[in-house]
Ligand binder design. Sequence first.
Ligand SMILES: NC(=O)c1ccc[n+]([C@@H]2O[C@H](COP(=O)([O-])OP(=O)(O)OC[C@H]3O[C@@H](n4cnc5c(N)ncnc54)[C@H](OP(=O)(O)O)[C@@H]3O)[C@@H](O)[C@H]2O)c1
Length: 304
Amino acid sequence: MRAVVFGASGLLGRSAMRAFSDVAVTGTGFSRGESDLVRIDATSAADIEHLLSRGRPDVILNCVGERRPGVWAGAPDQAQDRNVLAARLIAEGASRWGARLVHISSDYVFDGTSAPYRPHSIPNPLNAYGRWKLRAEQAVRAACPDAAILRLPVLYGPTQFAGETNLTEIAHQISTGDRVVLDDVCVRYPTHADETAEVCRRLADALVQGQHLGGVAHWSAQQGYTKYRMALLIARHFGLVANRVHAGASDAVSGDRPVDCRLDCKSLPAALRPDRRRHFGAEFPAVVAPWLLPTRTSYRRDVP
Ligand SMILES: NC(=O)c1ccc[n+]([C@@H]2O[C@H](COP(=O)([O-])OP(=O)(O)OC[C@H]3O[C@@H](n4cnc5c(N)ncnc54)[C@H](OP(=O)(O)O)[C@@H]3O)[C@@H](O)[C@H]2O)c1
């Protein structure tokens, strides 16, 4: 099997490269040009055509996207292109070259008012990112009707910098000992990137074997946490004083963040599920540990 992972330098893409490591896989990066990746601009039809015509993959996993709120606000056209145009061009390329496609989407296509959401629940995005993800899904379906579209919640996993995930950013913030106000309204379902990549691989295998997967699938952990609850968990585990961490409604007050988008995954067939479920409570310490600042007695309590 020949596979291409678009967005292989990102959080999910790096896990996906490990999940596809036993087959002939080509990964792409954009600004992060790791030496084993091909640098392409996925908003360029010519770049995609060049890659696919040379690689002739059986299957494509599209992990390209722009999920950073700072970029949505500061460069909305660029963010839109990374989410919508890239999805359309990759799907058109997959269709032209006869490759099966797994496309990654987001729980933000829902408004968060009536969880849990099934694959056929009606989307109603609250913000630009959610609208772009929904438009990307529509473009993928139009260009490549047999693509598998996998919607995901917030991911965590091994990171290259603290700000790469909500979880590691929170850990870093609270370890400074500074006063931090964190949202205690919006519930997230942090799901491990490696577990998610395993689902992507299984979807890819099933598509290559000729299975019809019926369009949209959901994958998500089912334990929900607000950012504030995540911070308390981290503080408790590492013995950090949590009295400078305060509960707020910082995300929810804007009105453009869904409060609870829990994804119902029951319809995902057993054969497409990962062998091992990774529980957030057991997995988060290893992920956040590299981003905690060194011990400062002013904010660390004595652990008996
Ligand atoms: N992480 C989450 O919590 C989460 C949750 C739900 C859904 N998703 C979706 O899952 C997918 C993967 O997310 P992620 O967390 O792995 O994202 P990420 O870490 O931000 O990685 C995004 C990837 O897209 C690449 N990229 C960006 N612009 C590009 C361009 N113009 N041309 C080519 N490549 C480009 C990046 O390359 P460089 O970094 O090299 O520039 C990187 O490899 C995205 O569609 C995202 O919206 C993510």
